[in-house]
Design a protein around this ligand. Structure first.
Ligand code: NAD
Length: 291
């Protein structure tokens, strides 16, 4: 039973900056309608809120749950009454439930990545996986993979971030094998890796290119991207050409949205239906070019 399953009316808000183009309202509201829920999903842009604004102000105005995105995933922690164990270890939340006046933070980014991977690439081996990018998405991805038993090798151009994430994961999974890589050693790491995940913004609209050299990819590697605008990135095109199985960023986006919807309402979203809806929302014919 989710902590706030009681309200018949679900008034969910996304808190973050630069969110006017977010696909989440459409994704959530259409699935909620299909489930017969009384559910709205609105945007609370931090750039338009008064200084000192708090989640609790929105709760007083009727909000019953939150999604949280950049740059608030860590900054809202001090406003919460509790954290799920995963959110506590990650030090970041993307979902906040409200029950009996208590705000509790959760993280469905990591569980969403793993669910999307298991669903989209069911046979993917998780022996050794390279994660490129140690920011918000990379932390969630690396945490999910380490929790699933993978040896995780992390690379970020910001070597301080790489080291901090490797240390955090080693402390969370003392029996695991977590390694910090330099970005230029990623191609060599591919030789011993089963899979590789791009968790940098490289490849998204406005950030063209490849996040790492793809010349060493072979058909034994699977390649996942967290970038979802566009769904088909230059990395996935190169990986497909090298014979790799690929997974686009829509898988993580849909799975985390489905997990959040389930957490906040107690309903059972249909991830396949949400995936079809996302594909229609991100129509390559209407998206700006990424190259
Ligand atoms: P972030 O800024 O927190 O982290 C990005 C990291 O990538 C930074 O640490 C940066 O130093 C590193 N980086 C950039 N270029 C690099 C390179 N060539 N090699 C190695 N490291 C490099 O950003 P974020 O919030 O983690 O978002 C990253 C991407 O993930 C964005 O495109 C975002 O839209 C996407 N995202 C997708 C989902 C999803 O559900 N699919 C969820 C969250 C974020």
């Amino acid at each position: 039973m989710p902590e706030n399953a009681s309200p018949a009316c679900h008034r969910i808000a996304l808190v973050g900056a630069d969110i006017s183009g977010s696909l989440s309202p459409a994704l959530h509201e259409r699935e909620a309608a299909a489930l017969g829920l009384d559910y709205t999903y609105t945007l609370l842009d931090l750039d338009r809120l008064p200084p000192g604004w708090q989640l609790r102000d929105a709760v007083r105005q009727g909000v019953t749950g939150f999604n949280v995105t950049h740059p608030a995933k860590q900054s809202v922690l001090g406003q919460l009454d509790g954290l799920s164990p995963d959110a506590r270890t990650l030090g970041a939340v993307n979902t906040v439930s409200v029950a009996d006046g208590r705000l509790v933070g959760h993280n469905t980014d990591h569980s969403g990545f793993l669910a999307g991977l298991r669903n989209g690439l069911p046979g993917a081996r998780l022996g050794r996986v390279v994660v490129v990018g140690a920011g918000g998405a990379g932390s969630a991805v690396a945490y999910a993979l380490a929790g699933a038993g993978a040896a995780v090798e992390i690379a970020d151009t910001d070597t301080g971030r790489t080291a901090a994430l490797a240390a955090r994961l080693t402390s969370a999974f003392p029996a695991g094998a977590i390694t910090a890589l330099t970005p230029d050693s990623v191609p060599a790491a591919l030789v011993r890796a089963d899979g590789i995940v791009n968790a940098t913004p490289i490849g998204m609209t406005g950030h063209p290119g490849l996040p790492f050299g793809t010349g060493a990819l072979t058909p034994r590697n699977w390649v996942a991207d967290v970038v979802y605008r566009p769904l088909d990135t230059a990395l996935l095109t190169a990986a497909r050409a090298a014979g790799c199985q690929v997974l686009d960023g829509g898988a993580m986006l849909v799975a985390q949205a489905a997990l959040t919807l389930a957490l906040l309402t107690g309903a059972a979203p249909d991830a396949g239906r949400m995936q079809d809806h996302l594909s229609a929302l991100i129509d390559p014919r209407t998206e700006p070019s990424h190259v």
